[in-house]
Ligand binder design. Structure first.
Ligand SMILES: O=C(O)CCC(=O)C(=O)O
Length: 284
């Protein structure tokens, strides 16, 4: 009996004060949920230090630095482990089903006192995936407060289709094309998803979301882990590199890579560079 009570309490703490089942219901209702508690402060700091040490090692190599930011889970085993974290994968699996892949885990970094923003958009607009069996788990590697430019979501806005977007290519936009949804977004109804380092949010691929500048004196670093159901495929027939983090059924629609065998390996830089060419073709 005691054990059961403990388990329930742990669960409640982990999933924004909700059981896994309640969390899933809320996610389907609102299109997002936060905060999920994943790593402790010390574990998150170790993850950040691992990334920042790699960033320092690659400081004179912009191409490899860009690959590190796009593929932290292929180049750093610590980030591969993050994408396989029981709490995050169980949440993704509750939404997507038994066979779960990681399509990407790219970092979104806003430097201290940076004007960089993310415009209002829906994620699935440009990814050429054949349906919406996708959920992003945005993990806060550092503090993501309102002042640091955390994400904002419009609750329930995922209950629509993909709406037209236009490309702004604005210099201060972190998105590759500066894409922006071509409808008026009701800012008043938006909710800030502030996260402490070590926490995560989940959001639906169709929800309207954005984020503001970082006016704090620390960097805001987040890993956007895109979990998809293994049954998804690219509309183009391409098979980009993914990892499988739950289940064993390989539908044959992606190239499933084994976990990285070490840190910043030549072999992984090569794989990532090849995949980056494919993804660029898909996205543009
Ligand atoms: O990091 C941000 O501020 C935005 C990230 C985002 O748009 C996403 O993860 O889909």
């Amino acid at each position: 009996m005691d054990t059961q009570v403990t388990e329930v309490d742990e669960n409640m703490k982990t999933y924004a004060g909700l059981s896994l089942q309640e969390m899933t219901q809320r996610y389907h209702q609102d299109g997002f949920i936060c905060p999920l508690s994943a790593l402790s402060e010390a574990e998150t700091l170790a993850l950040r230090e691992d990334y920042e040490a790699a960033e320092f090692d690659l400081r004179d190599d912009p191409e490899r630095l860009a690959l590190l930011q796009a593929y932290p889970n292929r180049l750093l085993p610590s980030f591969d482990a993050l994408t396989r974290h029981e709490t995050l994968v169980s949440a993704a699996s509750a939404i997507l089903g038994e066979d779960v892949l990681v399509w990407s885990a790219a970092l979104f970094i806003k430097e201290a006192n940076s004007p960089k923003i993310v415009s209002w958009h829906q994620d699935l607009t440009y990814w050429q995936l054949d349906n919406d069996a996708e959920v992003t788990c945005w993990f806060a590697v550092s503090e993501a407060s309102k002042d640091a430019g955390c994400m904002k979501f419009v609750p329930k806005s995922h209950k629509t289709t993909i709406l037209p977007h236009h490309d702004t290519y604005a210099a201060d936009n972190l998105l590759s094309r500066g894409q922006e949804i071509a409808v008026d977004v009701d800012e008043q109804s938006a909710v800030h998803a502030a996260l402490h380092a070590g926490e995560a949010s989940l959001h639906h691929g169709l929800i309207f979301h954005s984020s503001g500048p970082n006016v704090t004196s620390d960097r805001r670093i987040g890993s956007a882990i895109r979990y998809i159901s293994a049954s998804m495929k690219q509309n183009t027939g391409d098979r980009p590199m993914v990892t499988q983090v739950r289940g064993h059924h390989d539908f044959g629609n992606f190239t499933i890579a084994p976990p990285p065998q070490g840190r910043l390996l030549e072999e992984e830089f090569r794989r990532c560079a090849e995949d980056a060419i494919l993804k660029k073709r898909l996205l543009f």
